[in-house]
Design a protein around this ligand. Sequence first.
Ligand code: NAI
Length: 329
Amino acid sequence: MKILFYAAKVYDQKSFEPELKKYPEVEIDFIEHELEPRTAALAEGYEAVCAFVSSDVGAETLQILKDKGVKCVLMRCAGYNNVDTEKAKELGITVKIVPGYSPEAVAELAMGLAMAVNRRLYKAYNKVRENDYSLKGLRGVNFYQKTAGIVGTGKIGAAMCRICRGFGMRVIAYDVYPNESLKDFVEYVDLDTLLAQSDLISLHCPLMDSTYHMINIETIRKMKDGVILVNTSRGALVDTDELIEGIRLNKFLGVGLDVYEEETGNVYEDRSDEIMMHSVTARLLSFPNVMITSHQGFYTVEALQAIAETTLQNMADAMAGERTRNDVA
Ligand code: NAI
C-alpha cells in the first residue's frame, strides 16, 4: 500500500520511520505540501493519504482524491472538524483518526498555559534577560483552593481534571455526557454555573455546530472578573472578536490559547519576516495577559510515537477492510 503523507515535518518522519519497519508492505512518500484542493491531485497512484489538523479535507478535496483513486484518509490527529465526513461516506472513502493518543500531552500544556498567563512567565523570562529584576506586572493568584471549570471531560478534559485536583483545586465540569470515572472528585454543573463559579476555565470539547463560538461576549459576561481562560481544543470554540471585547472589558486575568481561529495558514510555518495584514492574532498578542502557542498540544515524544503507531495500525486495518472505533467515515 502506498501512502502520500501531506504537510510532513522532520519530526513526522522521525516518528513514523521506525514504526514503518513493522509494515514492510507499506510505502510512504513524505511531502511538505498541505492537503487541500490544489494539492489533492498529487495523490494519484496512492491508496491512502495522511493528513493533519491544518489540512483542508472538505468536499472538493475529497472529490479529487476519489477521482485519483484514493480509498482512505488517515488523519494523524484526534479532531476531525476539518473533514467533510458526510462527503467521504457518500464517496466511499474511509476516514480514520487517532483518538486519545496522549491526553496528558494536551492537558499538561493546558495547565502550562494557565500557569504561564497567571504568573506572566513569558514576561518574567524576558525581563530577567534584560537585567530587569522588578516585579511590575507579574502578580498572579494561587490556584490552590480555587475553582477549575473544565468544559468537555473526555480523554483530555479528564486528564486536566486530574491535574487541577493535584493543584488542590475544586474541580467542576460541564459535559453533555458526564464521565463516570471522575465522579469521586468532579462536580458536574450546567454551563452557566461553570462560567459563574470558575477561576480557571479550560476548554476540551470538540468543535461542532453546537460548540462553535460557545465562548462569546454573552458567555464571557457570565464569567467571574479575573478569570483565566485556556483553549487547547479548537480555535473556533471562541469568537475571537468577542474575546478581544471581553479582554478590553478587563474580564480576564489571563488568556492562554494553543488554538485560535486564524491558525490555518500560520500553524507550523515560520512567517516571522512577513507583515501581517488585518490579523486578529496580532491584536490578541498586543495584550499583556495573552499567551498564544501554535497548536503544539500534541507535540511530545510520547504523543508523536503513539500517533505514528495508531496511524499505521489504522492503515493496516484499512488494508484488511476492518472497521474499528477509529473510523469516522
Ligand atoms: P473526547 O472525544 O475524548 O472528549 C470530548 C468530550 O467533549 C466528550 O466527553 C464529549 O461528550 C464532550 N462534548 C461534546 N459536545 C459537548 C458540548 N456541547 N459541551 C460540552 N462537552 C461536550 O476528545 P479528546 O481526546 O478529549 O479531545 C478533545 C479535543 O481536543 C479534540 O476534539 C480536539 O479538537 C482537541 N485536541 C487538541 C490538540 C492540540 O494539539 N491542541 C491535540 C488533540 C486534541
